[in-house]
Design a protein around this ligand. Structure first.
Ligand code: SAM
Length: 293
């Protein structure tokens, strides 16, 4: 929804501004993002070579300071001093939205703890774009970043997800994955979550060879071996299929929920948890709520 913010970008406020940059297509650099970078005293960036190219493209000449996983903690005190003195600092990563599988979280936490301002200029993000193109339920979704690269820890992580699903988690799962490991990752997901679980492999989003492959986990794994997907990849896995709820378990769930909330809210939350049609669950909830003669 549009609000009445001015059409022209306003002056960059003091504080730390997280600025999203493109994930491949340079035309996704927003006017606000450019304005924020132009207005910064210093740009904190993951890799100065990558950000220099982006700035050169837009004829922006602002000092860069590297901020990556290995120096983030050591850099924070100096950044906090600069912010306390009124500096305007922008933070970018190599691509997409900073902090999302990228550095910056520890800095943001420190800036908030120090009571200093943090702003963000939103933009491209591979996880959300893949989710929207997957054809799988967009919410709730759980973003998990990269799976562990080695077989043992990866299988353990998939087993943990399976256990969460058995305990009631029903969400679309989103992972980042490297192309050389994607077939193994799909195998592990198929073994742990089910060969037929609907999924999507989205690659090279916003770029020339953008592609979304959709299908069951095992079929996608087979496809990844037969025709290895190159480039940058997001895997999206549909939620666990709803268990067919027995009438007794539906009634039990409704009675428990109605003890703490309205009939309408109880029906909505039970329908969501059990993956059942809302109307039917609401009708059953009304029957249960009716006083017995
Ligand atoms: N901060 C970024 C974002 O907002 O999406 C993600 C950074 S993470 C270090 C890089 C991973 O994101 C890649 O290995 C890939 O899994 C995913 N990714 C980034 N760009 C992508 C693209 N254009 N298409 C598909 N996946 C992409």
């Amino acid at each position: 929804m549009m609000d009445d913010a001015p059409d022209t970008p306003h002056v960059l406020p003091p504080g730390l501004t997280l600025v999203a940059t493109p994930i491949g297509n340079m035309h996704d650099m927003s006017a606000r993002a450019l304005h924020a970078l132009r207005g910064a005293d210093t740009i904190l960036c993951e890799d100065t070579r990558v950000t220099s190219k982006l700035l050169a493209r837009h004829s922006i000449s602002i000092p860069l300071r590297p901020l990556h996983d290995h120096n983030e903690d050591a850099t924070i005190p100096g950044i906090l001093r600069d912010l306390a003195a009124g500096a305007k600092l922008a933070l970018v990563s190599d691509a997409g939205t900073p902090l999302v599988s990228d550095p910056g979280y520890r800095l943001v936490r420190a800036v908030i703890a120090a009571g200093l301002p943090v702003h963000a200029v939103p933009g491209a993000n591979a996880a959300v774009m893949a989710l929207t193109l997957s054809g799988l339920p967009p919410h709730p979704f759980l973003f998990l970043g990269f799976l562990p690269p080695k077989d043992g820890p990866r299988a353990a992580e998939v087993a943990r997800l399976k256990a969460l699903e058995q305990a009631g988690l029903s969400a679309t799962l989103v992972f980042y994955e490297a192309p050389q490991r994607v077939a193994e990752a799909l195998d592990a997901l198929a073994a742990g979550l089910g060969a037929d679980r609907p999924a999507a492999l989205a690659r090279e989003l916003t770029k020339r060879f953008e592609q979304v492959r959709r299908g069951g986990l095992a079929a996608l794994a087979e496809g990844a071996r037969a025709d290895p997907p190159r480039g940058e990849i997001v895997l999206v896995v549909g939620p666990a299929p709803a268990e067919v709820a027995s009438v007794e378990s539906l009634d039990d769930a409704l009675r428990t929920a109605m003890a703490g909330m309205s009939v309408r809210d109880a029906a909505a939350s039970v329908a969501l948890a059990l993956g059942l049609p809302r109307k039917a669950v609401y009708a059953r909830a009304l029957e249960l709520a009716r006083p017995t003669p």
